[in-house]
Design a binder for this molecule. Structure first.
Ligand code: GN1
Ligand code: MG
Length: 370
């Protein structure tokens, strides 16, 4: 089906004047649609939900319905109370003409339309400590927003997501395949990464052990709070919204904390090929933590705080493991434009992990003073 025909199955007023690919997501296909009428312009985001990653797209949409309903009510109540010096926003689902939250096309693909947060942008890398601080504030405020949602309202969007020990098992299963062994045999760099993983097998379990011991408990989390999922207001420079709500579900807030930092404190970005440029930037880390604590510090327990460093070290390891496993498995999960891309993405995350390990003392020092 033509994209323009598909988008017309949603309920948007005006004439469609532009429909273009948009953003840099690794999972879903995203387009920006612009509609105009005599007086105004409407910008909306059209997305095809990746069925390979999310086998039940209707679960994703039912969750999104619950999350946006909960947060919009809370945001509006807070805005009426007028306690903040900024506007916090969240995208809204645009319904289809048949009043559903999504459209299924002739190939069985699920599409959704959501509003675009206007006069705001997300960046692929942190721009400055001020930007990092606003990313921290946006994630902290998002945790506050979803903190009182009932976990029962949400169905697990992606079973096993952020269970590092599960990714370790997937990796071991992949290593047993001939194709993976051939790729490993052919590349010194791949062998080096495999060794890197072997030396850190224990790390995979650190948060899971703390959870099993009752030290850490699940709350609601975002699941994918990387820097380009955090919208910054063009006018004020302040954080204004968290986007990409597909993985919001019960989980450890530590995962979000570590995932945001692995993305924000790596100014070289996830696709850098010169590893010398990949360094964990402590100034950005300090700024992010300040912003995060301002919004969410009140609900962190001492035990929560004790595991913040582990989460910062774990998340680049986990993502590197996921990229590397996907490389060895034939690049079936993350979108790629060339065959070595996931290998290089893994190199970047593992280098970041090493950079964090080398700075352990001073990172812990920053965390202790929060
Ligand atoms: C994926 O779709 P996107 O690009 O926001 C992935 C995240 C990774 C990220 C790395 C559902 O997110 O877990 O951290 O790529 N999302 C899923 O860039 O696997
Ligand atoms: Mg995502």
């Amino acid at each position: 089906m033509e994209l323009s025909v598909l988008v017309n199955r949603f309920n948007v007023k005006g004439r469609l004047v532009s429909l273009q690919p948009f953003g840099n997501g690794n999972i879903n296909d995203t387009f920006l649609a612009i509609y105009r009428n005599t007086f105004t312009e409407t910008q909306v985001i059209l997305q095809r939900i990746n069925r390979n990653v999310f086998p039940e797209p209707e679960v994703i949409m039912a969750n999104m319905h619950e999350i946006t309903k909960h947060c919009h009510e809370k945001l509006e109540a807070d805005a009426r109370a007028g306690t903040d010096d900024r506007v916090w926003q969240m995208p809204r689902i645009v319904k289809a003409k048949d009043a559903k939250d999504y459209v299924v096309d002739d190939n069985g693909e699920t599409w959704r339309l959501i509003t675009r947060i206007l006069s705001a942008h997300a960046f692929d890398v942190a721009q400055s400590p001020e930007h990092a601080l606003e990313c921290g504030a946006a994630l902290g405020h998002f945790h506050y927003l979803i903190s009182d949602m009932s976990p029962q309202a949400i169905r697990d969007p992606l079973p096993g997501f952020h269970v590092t020990s599960g990714y370790m098992q997937d990796y071991d299963a992949t290593l047993a395949k001939t194709g993976a062994r051939e790729l490993l045999g052919a590349s010194m760099e791949a062998k080096r990464l495999a060794k890197f993983i072997e030396e850190r097998r224990d790390l995979a379990h650190c948060l899971e052990k703390a959870q099993a011991a009752g030290e850490l408990t699940k709350r609601m989390f975002h699941g994918d709070p990387k820097v380009n999922n955090i919208m910054i207001d063009d006018v004020t420079g302040k954080g204004t919204a968290m986007i990409d709500l597909d993985t919001v579900s019960p989980g450890l807030v530590h995962i979000d904390f570590g995932d945001a930092l692995r993305s924000i404190c790596n100014p070289a970005g996830e696709e850098e090929t010169n590893l010398a440029k990949v360094i964990f930037d402590e100034d950005l880390c300090t700024a992010f933590c300040k912003g995060y604590m301002r919004e969410a510090g009140a609900f962190l327990t001492d035990a929560d705080r004790a595991y913040l460093y582990d989460s910062i070290r774990l998340l680049p390891f986990e993502l590197g493991l996921r990229f590397f496993q996907d490389y060895l498995n034939g690049n079936v999960y993350f979108k790629t434009t060339q065959p070595e891309q996931n290998l290089n993405r893994a190199r970047v995350q593992f280098r970041l992990c090493e950079s964090i390990e080398a700075r352990e003392r001073s990172i812990r020092h920053v965390l202790e003073r929060l």
